[in-house]
Design a protein around this ligand. Structure first.
Ligand SMILES: C[S@@+](CC[C@H](N)C(=O)[O-])C[C@H]1O[C@@H](n2cnc3c(N)ncnc32)[C@H](O)[C@@H]1O
Length: 154
């Protein structure tokens, strides 16, 4: 399985690339740039088996929230790129953002099935791999909200 990761910040992309090289991980490609712009350029429709978004920037202030990664445009983008039965894994520590993600995926525009049932977060998304950030949250008792959506993109 090949993994492609996107990160807008140069220093973070370099750091991640160094870490992947150090760990000998060969099935990952890290690309510096905006996932929203690059995904439709780099991938054919219905060619991706899963999309993972972990702890996207929350943009707390109301007037900044239009900068959030996950919105109607992103859901349509992902819907077009996922193969039938493809999965979307989302994690956030920000309940309000988690609810917005849920509303956006479940607003009926596209056929996404919430694996936990409509309107519900999932306790265990089955991935079992916390990032360093998530390890910190879990150690501090900060709740993490997880969602898994399955595309019925036939
Ligand atoms: C809050 S951090 C979380 C990083 C990591 N997923 C984790 O769990 O620790 C969000 C990261 O997403 C990057 N980012 C924000 N918008 C992006 C976009 N449109 N495309 C690619 N990366 C983006 C930011 O630069 C930042 O490093």
């Amino acid at each position: 399985m090949g993994l492609v990761g996107f990160e807008t910040r140069k220093a973070f992309t370099k750091r991640l690339t160094r870490r992947a090289n150090r760990l000998g991980i060969q099935n990952v490609e890290l690309i510096r740039g905006d996932a929203r712009k690059l995904l439709p350029v780099l991938f054919e429709p219905k060619s991706i088996s899963a999309v993972h978004v972990q702890f996207p920037d929350p943009w707390w202030k109301k007037r900044h929230q239009r900068r959030r990664l996950i919105d109607g445009y992103f859901v349509t983008l992902v819907h077009n790129l996922l193969a039938p039965g493809g999965l979307v894994f989302l994690r956030t520590d920000v309940l309000d953002y988690g609810r917005t993600m849920m509303e956006t995926f479940e607003d009926g525009t596209h056929r996404f099935e919430n694996v936990a049932g409509q309107g519900s977060f999932i306790d265990d998304d089955g991935l079992g791999v916390p990032s360093n950030r998530e390890r910190r949250y879990l150690a501090a008792g900060t709740p993490v909200y997880r969602l898994v959506y399955k595309s019925s993109n036939f």
